[in-house]
Design a protein around this ligand. Structure first.
Ligand SMILES: *[C@@H]1O[C@H](CO)[C@@H](O)[C@H](O)[C@H]1NC(C)=O
Ligand SMILES: *[C@@H]1O[C@H](CO)[C@@H](O)[C@H](O)[C@H]1NC(C)=O
Ligand SMILES: *[C@@H]1O[C@H](CO)[C@@H](O)[C@H](O)[C@H]1NC(C)=O
Ligand SMILES: *[C@@H]1O[C@H](CO)[C@@H](O)[C@H](O)[C@H]1NC(C)=O
Ligand SMILES: *[C@@H]1O[C@H](CO)[C@@H](O)[C@H](O)[C@H]1NC(C)=O
Ligand SMILES: *[C@@H]1O[C@H](CO)[C@@H](O)[C@H](O)[C@H]1NC(C)=O
Ligand SMILES: *[C@@H]1O[C@H](CO)[C@@H](O)[C@H](O)[C@H]1NC(C)=O
Ligand SMILES: *[C@@H]1O[C@H](CO)[C@@H](O)[C@H](O)[C@H]1NC(C)=O
Ligand SMILES: *[C@@H]1O[C@H](CO)[C@@H](O)[C@H](O)[C@H]1NC(C)=O
Length: 165
């Protein structure tokens, strides 16, 4: 029995490693595979694409999906290119969607939590029986892991208080 099961066990380890190697991808690659192209266009305009593709970062990323980015801009009669044409503004916006520690949804306490984003401004996170909200914006999907980071799909783009769209 032992002699027969050992190769099976070794094969299983190889298989598990192969699968986890395939799944281990950077924040950039994960957002790309989720097709968050509008958010990624702002990341690129901010010059943050190589940082997003760094497997060492330990971030919580509040990334708006494509509908969310457009829906944030449309009422102001803007499109993504109005943001991406300004690299300073793009950087401020993207850094406001980043918290420099990895938070899975279970790490967020029920009630209100203030997180200081990478741009130095605060985000107000509310967790209640309805779900998780950041500055009142709903989290669509929590816990999307990417290397050492975690992505939250948001249904709008977080705009820092110092930016007037
Ligand atoms: C991200 O990094 C991987 C290697 O780790 C590389 O293959 C890929 O081209 C990079 N993508 C971008 C957009 O830089
Ligand atoms: C978002 O707007 C861009 C134009 O800025 C458009 O190309 C894209 O198809 C829109 N995406 C969605 C999901 O509405
Ligand atoms: C936004 O972009 C559109 C299309 O490029 C342009 O026509 C418009 O003037 C821009 N709006 C602002 C406020 O820059
Ligand atoms: C770019 O955005 C910054 C921050 O919102 C603003 O101060 C600056 O005037 C903008 N630059 C241009 C050329 O619109
Ligand atoms: C972000 O977090 C990492 C790991 O905790 C730390 O090494 C790094 O200095 C932090 N960066 C900033 C800008 O706080
Ligand atoms: C988030 O991930 C944590 C840890 O894997 C898990 O315990 C929790 O149930 C997940 N929450 C959601 C809402 O998926
Ligand atoms: C951010 O929140 C902390 C408390 O969590 C507070 O001490 C700090 O003054 C706030 N910063 C701003 C810019 O509101
Ligand atoms: C949860 O918080 C959100 C955002 O503050 C709010 O809109 C919602 O009504 C709250 N849900 C409950 C059950 O209190
Ligand atoms: C973005 O999230 C909203 C809210 O859940 C959803 O209705 C919409 O289909 C999502 N859009 C994309 C392109 O995933």
């Amino acid at each position: 029995m032992m002699r027969k099961s050992l190769p099976v066990f070794v094969f299983a380890i190889i298989l598990v490693n192969a699968v986890s190697n395939v799944q281990a991808s950077t924040v950039y690659e994960t957002l790309e595979s989720l097709k968050y192209m509008e958010y990624l266009n702002i990341v690129k305009a901010a010059g943050l694409d190589s940082k997003f593709n760094d497997s060492a970062v330990t971030w919580t990323v509040f990334a708006a999906n494509n509908t969310g980015v457009n829906a944030t801009l449309a009422p102001k009669h803007l499109v993504v290119s109005n943001i991406t044409s300004n690299s300073t503004e793009s950087k401020d916006i993207i850094e406001y969607t980043l918290y420099n520690h990895t938070l899975l949804s279970d790490d967020i306490k029920t009630g209100t939590t203030i997180l200081t984003a990478v741009n130095g401004m605060n985000l107000t996170v509310v967790k209640n029986t309805t779900g998780i909200f950041v500055n009142g914006i709903m989290v669509v999907t929590p816990n999307i892991t990417a290397d050492k980071s975690v992505i939250y799909e948001m249904d709008s783009l977080l705009i820092p208080p110092d930016i007037k769209l």
